[in-house]
Design a protein around this ligand. Structure first.
Ligand code: NAP
Length: 254
């Protein structure tokens, strides 16, 4: 794959949240392969250390910071340590999310509603508030939403609602941060990561998910990384406030 990749992020600094595995890791790797200095983060130091090691072994410029996205001090640290190390921020990818309950909307506990809002939506806003003073003309933000933003799915109804909110957040921030900074989103379909294990580990459920797509397969983390890298890059310099659905042709109308 590496030989097909351009170097669109040469000299740029990119922060990716929740990036020690899965889609976030693939985005960090892609931006790094394209020349970015990449700051990866997640809740657990051990995961951060291991992911840094993996990316360094591929020859990438990478720096790791522990950041639980709903922890104010961690968010501050993530931004400040990036500035201390690299002096600027060109790209922020907000990728962290939680789906703490499979309950129907009308049975979801208030504490779960709060957690969904806090991690999936509020933490993105607060992280970007922290990052904004360091962003400059040409900086770019990518928010990871979900196909569930468009299509309510049993076991993830309220999660989907928070992901719909992110489509609105991308539009609102694109308006607020224009003309210097672009803000877009990616809405992944099902990708076999830990997060989606309840869909992708069971052979029968997985087959149904594959057959629902026009392309007859699940997505890969690399599919999502390619879209995120495009939106973050100058190739998308006339695109803002948009969401790219990367879901194998699943319907995606609100
Ligand atoms: P994943 O493979 O399970 O990876 C989750 C990553 O997030 C890990 O690095 C984890 O590391 C970190 N993390 C978890 N909670 C965190 C928190 N509160 N603060 C900071 N880091 C945290 O998940 P994924 O499937 O790649 O999902 C990434 C994004 O894609 C999410 O926004 C998800 O909603 C979206 N998405 C996924 C799918 C799919 O099918 N996989 C589909 C649509 C959208 P630690 O444990 O060390 O924190």
């Amino acid at each position: 794959m590496a030989q097909k990749i351009w170097r669109r992020f040469e000299g740029k600094v990119a922060i990716v949240t929740a990036s020690t595995q899965g889609i976030g890791f693939a985005i960090a790797e892609r931006l790094g392969l394209e020349g970015a200095s990449v700051v990866i983060s997640s809740r657990k130091q051990k995961n951060v250390d291991e992911a840094v090691e993996m990316l360094k072994n591929k020859g990438l410029e990478v720096f790791g910071v522990v950041c639980h996205v709903s922890n104010a001090k961690h968010r501050k640290d993530l931004i400040q340590k990036t500035i201390d190390k690299y002096g600027k921020i060109d790209v922020v990818v907000s990728n962290a999310a939680a789906n703490p309950s499979v309950d129907p909307v009308l049975l979801t506990q208030e504490s779960v509603l709060d957690k969904l809002w806090e991690i999936n939506v509020k933490a993105t806003v607060l992280l970007l508030q922290e990052a904004a003073p360091h962003l400059q003309k040409g900086s770019s933000i990518v928010i990871i939403s979900s196909i569930a933003a468009y299509n309510p799915q049993p076991a993830m109804f309220m999660y989907g609602v928070t992901k719909t909110a992110l489509l609105g957040l991308a539009k609102a921030l694109a308006t607020e941060m224009a003309p210097d900074i672009r803000v877009n989103a990616v809405a992944p379909g099902s990708v076999p990561t830990n997060f989606a294990a309840f869909i992708t580990k069971d052979e029968a459920v997985r087959k149904i998910a594959e057959e629902k797509t026009l392309l007859q397969r699940l997505g890969t983390a690399e599919d999502m990384a390619a879209a995120a890298a495009f939106l973050a890059s100058d190739d998308a310099s006339y695109i803002t406030g948009e969401t790219i659905v990367v879901a194998g042709g699943l319907p995606s109308r609100l």
